[in-house]
Design a protein around this ligand. Structure first.
Ligand code: SF4
Length: 239
C-alpha cells in the first residue's frame, strides 16, 4: 500500500476529473509501481490509447488464460504495433493440458470458480506483487455492484491502491473515444459480443440483452473474482 496517498482525499479530488488527468496524477504519485491489467475490452483499449499517447510510465499486462479468442490475440498484437508498447503476458502455472490432467477436462464447465481462481486470480495476485497500485477499466454503469466504485480506492483483496480512471464514463463515452481516435478494438464487438472473456465462457448476446449476459451463460456466475467493490462496509465480488 502506498505510504504517500490519502485515498479518501485523492478520490474526492479526482472525482469528475478527466481520465488523462487521473492517469497523470497516478503516474506522478505512484509510477513505476503502477500497472494496468487489461482484458482488451473497449475500455481497456481506450486506457492503453491514453497511456501511450501521453507517454505515461505505466506498466501494461494482460492475463493470458490460454483460452482467449483468436480475435483477442490479434487485437493484442494490433495494440502493441499501433502504440509501440509492450503488453506483458501473465500466464497461469498450468497449461490447459496440464490443468486437464490435474482437474479433468473443461474445468470451466464443471467448476468455473476454481478455473477462474487458477487461471486468473492466482496469476493476477502474483503479477501484482511489487506494485503499489493497479489501474482498472471498470465503469459505474456496468453493473449494480460497480455503481459503488470510486476513482481511487483501497483494493483489500490485493492490498493495493486501485485507480479507476473511466469510472464516470458511459458506454457511449467509451465508443465515442474509440471512433474519434481510431482506437483498435476487438472485432467480436461487431458480432454481438459486448463483453468478451475466455472463449469457453463467452457467447454472443441478443439485441437488448444485458451486456454481460453472454459471460458464463446458463450459470449464476457473473464475475471473475478480480475486483471487490466496497459499498459502505458491504463487500461484493464484482470482477
Ligand atoms: S472465464 Fe472460463 S475459461 Fe476463463 S478462467 Fe474463468 S472459468 Fe476458466
Amino acid at each position: 500500500m502506498s505510504a504517500v496517498i490519502d485515498i479518501q482525499t485523492a478520490s474526492r479530488d479526482l472525482e469528475g476529473e478527466d481520465a488523462v488527468e487521473i492517469l497523470k496524477w497516478a503516474s506522478r504519485h505512484i509510477a513505476p509501481k503502477l500497472t494496468f491489467a487489461t482484458g482488451f475490452g473497449a475500455e481497456g483499449c481506450v486506457i492503453i490509447d491514453l497511456i501511450a499517447r501521453h507517454d505515461l510510465p505505466i506498466d501494461l499486462f494482460t492475463l493470458d488464460t490460454g483460452v482467449l479468442f483468436p480475435e483477442t490475440y490479434a487485437l493484442w498484437q494490433r495494440l502493441e504495433t499501433r502504440y509501440g508498447v509492450k503488453i506483458r503476458a501473465v500466464r497461469p502455472s498450468q497449461s490447459i493440458d496440464e490443468q486437464a490432467r490435474s482437474h479433468g477436462a473443461a474445468l470451466w464447465d464443471r467448476d468455473p470458480d476454481t478455473c477462474c481462481e487458477l487461471r486468473k486470480v492466482k496469476p493476477l495476485r502474483q503479477a501484482l506483487e511489487g506494485f503499489e497500485a493497479w489501474i482498472t477499466a471498470i465503469r459505474r454503469d456496468q453493473t449494480k455492484e460497480r455503481a459503488f466504485a470510486r476513482v481511487v480506492e483501497h483494493d483489500r483483496k490485493f492490498g493495493l491502491v486501485k485507480i479507476n480512471p473511466l469510472v464516470t464514463w458511459t458506454h457511449d463515452d467509451v465508443w465515442a473515444h474509440v471512433y474519434a481516435n481510431d482506437v483498435p478494438y476487438n472485432t467480436l464487438h461487431d458480432e454481438g459480443f459486448p463483453s468478451i472473456g475466455c472463449q469457453p465462457c463467452t457467447v454472443a448476446v441478443a439485441p437488448g440483452e444485458d451486456a454481460r449476459a453472454g459471460r458464463w451463460r446458463g450459470s449464476a456466475k457473473k464475475e471473475c473474482g478480480l475486483h471487490v467493490i466496497q459499498p459502505s462496509h458491504k463487500e461484493t465480488d464484482a470482477a
